[in-house]
Write a protein that binds this ligand. Structure first.
Ligand code: AMP
Length: 660
C-alpha cells in the first residue's frame, strides 16, 4: 500500500516524500484511513518503533483546519522528551500546511509557553501535569478540541497521571475523538477507553521484531563483577557465534571490545567515537565475517542489517526497553533462529519482567555454562576441525617418514590423545580454576517477584545494592505522592518509571532509589527542577556498589573466572592463538598480534617483561586469586579504567571463526 492510497492531502504527501517515507508501516496502514474519517475513537496497541507517531500525527495534521488559532488537536504524552519529539515530528509532517504546533511540558518557564499558546496554536503537545497547570491558570482554551491523542497511556498511568488524564478528558468537548496509544492494556487503560470512547477501532501491532518467535530470549544472573567473564563463557560455549554484543556506552563498548580483542577473540567495537570511515570499515568486515563479534552501542548499530547473526548478547540491558526490541531483532532474521542473551546482575530481574511485559514475550533463565560444558563443546570443535583439516599431502610427504618413526611406539589412540591434548590441556588448566558464575537474583530468590513488591519487602533504610538512594527536599506536605515523584524524576531525566525503585514519601521530604548508573543524570537534572511551584533539591543519601555486595549466589565464592578460551582450539588464521600456557610451552608459529601478524612472537617477549605482580588497572581491584604460571598475561599493554573483571586477567585464545 502507498501513502497516496490512504487519503492524505497532497501537502502531507509532499513532506512524506521529502522525509523519504516510502510506504506506510502496518499501524499507519490500519490507523490512517480510519482516523481520517469522522467519529474515529481509536485504540492502538503499539510501541515506539512501529511508526505510531506518524500513525496519529499524519491524520491529525491532515484533519486540522489550516490557520486554526485555537487548539483543535491535543496530544498528551508522559515525558518532556517524548513531548518535544512528537512536536518536532508534527512540525516536520506539516511543513507544507499552516498548522501551529506548541509543546508544553514541565520543568521550564510556563510564561513562555503561555505566550506561545496565545500567539495561536492548532495542536498542543503536552505532558499532563503542565497542561493541568495551564488549564488551572486559564491559559489555554480546550473548547474547540476535536482530537485528543493519549500517547503511551500505560506509561502515563504508571507515572501517576491518572487524575490529570481524567480531568483533561472531562474538560475537553464531548464531541472529541480520542485516539489512545499504549504498549500494554492494563485495566486502567481499558477503563479510560471504556469511559471516554464510543465503539473505538482497536488495532494491535507488534513491533516488527516483537512477534518473532524465532528468537529465544535467555537471561543469566551473575554478580556485577562477573559480567565480562560471563560474556566470555557464553562466547566460548557458542564457538560458531556470529554475534553482536550490545553495551550501553561508548566507553563500555570500547573497553569490552578491547578486552576481548586482547584475549584473542575476533571482536571489534562499533560506536559513535569512530569516524564514519572507520565505522563503515568495521561494518564491512563484520558483514564479510572477517570479524566474528561486533561490540556496539545501540545508536551505532542502527541500520546494521545483517541476516545471519546467530546471537545478540546484551552485556547490559539498555536503559530504554524499546532498545531491547531493536537489539534482539538483529538476530533471527529471514526465518532463521536466533538467541538474545542477557546478562543481569542480582538486582536487575525487575528489568527482565518489564521487558517481558512490554514485549509480551517470555525470557528463560539460563545457566552460565560451567567448565565441563565449555570444555566438551570446545573439545568437539577441535576434533571436528582436526577431521575437517585439509592435509597438504605434497608438503607433508617428505616429513612423514620421520613423523611415523617418532610415533612408532604409540598406538593410534595414544597419538590422537597427544594431539588433542596439545590444545586441550590449556582448557582444562584454565577451567580447573574457573568457578561457577551463576548468581541468584535478588536478596532472596527474587525470580518471579517484581521489583515493586521486592521494594516493599525491604525494611526501612536498607538500600538495594547497585542502587543509589536519593533525598528529595519536598514531601507529602508539598502535594507529592509516589506518582508525582516518578513524574518529576522521569520528566526531568527522560528515564522510564521502571528505572526508579523504592519510593518513600515523608511529610516534608522524600526518598527514592534508582540504579547507580543513573545517579549522575538524576542529580544533575532533578536538582532545581520545579514541582508544582516548589523548587526541588536532591542529594544522594546512600550509594552501594553495583550488585557485588551480596555474599550469596555466584557459586564460585571468591573465585574468579580467569578468562576464557577464545580460539585456542581453532588454529585460526585471523585470530591465531597466542601462547597462553604460562611459559610451559609456546606456539610462536601461530602467535601474532592483533594488528595483523607483525611480531610473531611478540606476545612472549612482551609478556616476559611484564610485571605480573603489579596491576594498576581497574581489574586489579578485584580480589582475584593469583594465577601465576597458568597463563600468560595479555600480550597487549594494560588497559586502564576497564569496568570490572578481566582487564588483567589471563588471556584466552584466539577465537575460532571459520567463515562459512
Ligand atoms: P515511532 O514509532 O513513531 O517512534 O517511529 C519510529 C521511526 O520510524 C521514526 O524515526 C519515524 O520517523 C520512522 N517512520 C515512521 N513511519 C515511517 C514510514 N512509513 N517509513 C519510514 N520511516 C518511518
Amino acid at each position: 500500500m502507498t501513502f497516496e492510497e490512504l487519503g492524505l492531502k497532497s501537502e502531507v504527501l509532499k513532506s512524506l516524500q521529502e522525509l523519504g517515507f516510502e510506504a506506510p508501516t502496518p499501524i499507519q496502514e490500519k490507523a490512517i484511513p480510519y482516523l481520517l474519517g469522522e467519529n474515529s475513537d481509536f485504540v492502538g496497541l503499539a510501541q515506539t518503533g512501529t511508526g505510531k507517531t506518524a500513525a496519529f500525527g499524519l491524520p491529525l495534521i491532515n484533519n486540522i483546519e489550516n490557520h486554526a488559532k485555537t487548539p483543535q488537536g491535543l496530544v498528551i504524552c508522559p515525558t518532556r522528551e517524548l513531548c518535544l519529539q512528537i512536536a518536532k515530528d508534527l512540525e516536520t509532517y506539516s511543513k507544507h500546511l499552516k498548522v501551529a504546533v506548541v509543546a508544553v511540558y514541565g520543568g521550564t518557564d510556563i510564561r513562555k509557553q503561555m505566550t506561545d499558546i496565545k500567539r495561536g496554536a492548532s495542536i498542543i503537545v503536552a505532558t499532563p501535569g503542565r497542561l493541568m497547570d495551564l488549564i488551572n491558570r486559564r491559559a489555554i482554551s480546550l473548547n474547540e478540541i476535536e482530537y485528543v491523542v493519549l500517547d503511551e497511556a500505560d506509561e502515563m498511568l504508571n507515572m501517576g497521571f491518572k487524575e490529570d488524564i481524567d480531568a483533561i478528558l472531562e474538560t475537553t468537548p464531548d464531541t472529541k475523538n480520542v485516539w489512545l496509544f499504549s504498549a500494554t492494556m492494563p485495566a486502567e487503560v481499558a477503563r479510560i477507553a471504556k469511559t471516554y470512547m464510543t465503539d473505538p477501532l482497536e488495532v494491535s501491532i507488534g513491533h516488527k521484531n516483537q512477534s518473532n518467535e524465532n528468537i529465544d530470549h535467555i537471561y543469566y544472573v551473575v554478580k556485577e563483577k562477573d559480567r565480562y567473564a560471563g560474556v566470555k563463557r557464553l562466547i566460548d560455549f557458542n564457538p560458531e557465534i556470529y554475534g553482536l554484543i550490545f553495551c550501553r556506552t561508548r566507553q563500555e563498548t570500547a573497553t569490552v571490545a578491547e578486552k576481548l580483542g586482547k584475549e584473542g577473540y575476533s571482536a571489534e567495537p562499533l560506536h559513535g567515537d569512530l569516524s564514519q570511515v572507520q565505522r563503515d570499515r568495521v561494518m564491512d568486515r563484520f558483514r564479510k565475517k572477517d570479524i566474528q563479534i561486533l561490540v556496539a552501542t545501540d545508536v551505532a548499530a542502527r541500520g546494521l542489517d545483517i541476516d545471519n547473526i546467530t546471537h545478540v548478547i546484551n552485556y547490559n540491558l539498555p536503559d530504554d526497553i524499546e532498545n531491547y526490541t531493536h537489539r534482539s531483532g538483529r538476530t533471527a532474521r529471514a526465518g532463521r533462529k536466533g538467541e538474545s542473551l542477557v546478562l543481569i546482575n542480582t538486582r536487575e530481574s525487575g528489568k527482565i519482567r518489564a521487558i517481558e511485559k512490554q514485549m509480551r514475550t517470555t525470557f528463560t533463565l539460563g545457566t552460565v555454562p560451567n567448565a565441563e560444558e565449555i570444555c566438551e563443546i570446545q573439545l568437539m570443535k577441535l576434533i571436528n576441525k582436526v577431521i575437517a583439516t585439509d592435509v597438504r599431502e605434497k608438503d607433508i610427504e617428505k616429513f612423514m617418514p620421520t613423523i611415523m618413526a617418532e610415533f612408532e611406539s604409540m598406538s593410534k589412540e595414544e597419538a590422537i590423545k597427544h594431539f588433542v591434548s596439545t590444545e586441550f590441556n590449556r582448557f582444562i588448566e584454565y577451567y580447573e580454576r574457573a568457578g561457577d558464575l551463576n548468581a541468584t537474583a535478588g536478596k532472596g530468590d527474587d525470580r518471579g517477584m517484581d521489583d515493586r513488591s521486592k521494594r516493599r519487602d525491604r525494611k526501612g533504610d536498607e538500600t538495594e545494592s547497585g542502587k543509589t538512594r536519593f533525598f528529595v527536599s519536598i514531601g507529602r506536605r508539598d502535594g507529592l505522592n509516589p506518582g508525582g515523584l516518578l513524574r518529576l524524576v522521569c520528566d526531568a531525566t527522560g528515564l522510564k518509571s521502571a528505572n526508579v525503585g523504592r519510593i518513600d514519601i515523608m511529610t516534608s521530604y522524600s526518598f527514592f532509589e534508582a540504579d547507580n548508573e543513573y545517579a549522575d543524570n538524576i542529580l544533575k537534572k532533578v536538582n532545581g527542577a520545579d514541582y508544582e511551584g516548589h523548587s526541588v533539591s536532591i542529594e544522594i543519601t546512600k550509594a552501594k556498589s553495583g550488585g557485588g555486595g551480596g555474599n550469596r549466589g555466584g557459586g564460585g565464592g571468591g573465585r574468579r573466572d580467569g578468562g576464557s578460551f577464545g580460539g585456542k582450539f581453532q588454529g585460526s588464521r585471523d585470530r591465531a592463538p597466542r601462547s597462553s600456557d604460562g611459559g610451559n610451552r609456546r606456539e610462536g608459529g601461530f602467535s601474532r598480534d592483533r594488528d595483523g601478524g607483525r611480531d610473531r612472537d611478540g606476545g612472549r617477549d612482551r609478556d616476559a617483561g611484564r610485571d605480573r605482580g603489579t596491576r594498576s588497572d581497574a581489574g586489579s581491584r578485584e580480589d582475584r586469586p593469583r594465577r601465576e604460571g597458568s597463563f600468560n598475561r595479555d600480550a597487549a599493554p594494560r588497559r586502564e579504567g576497564g569496568s570490572s573483571a578481566g582487564g588483567s586477567r589471563p588471556r584466552s585464545f584466539g577465537k575460532p571463526f571459520n567463515k562459512k
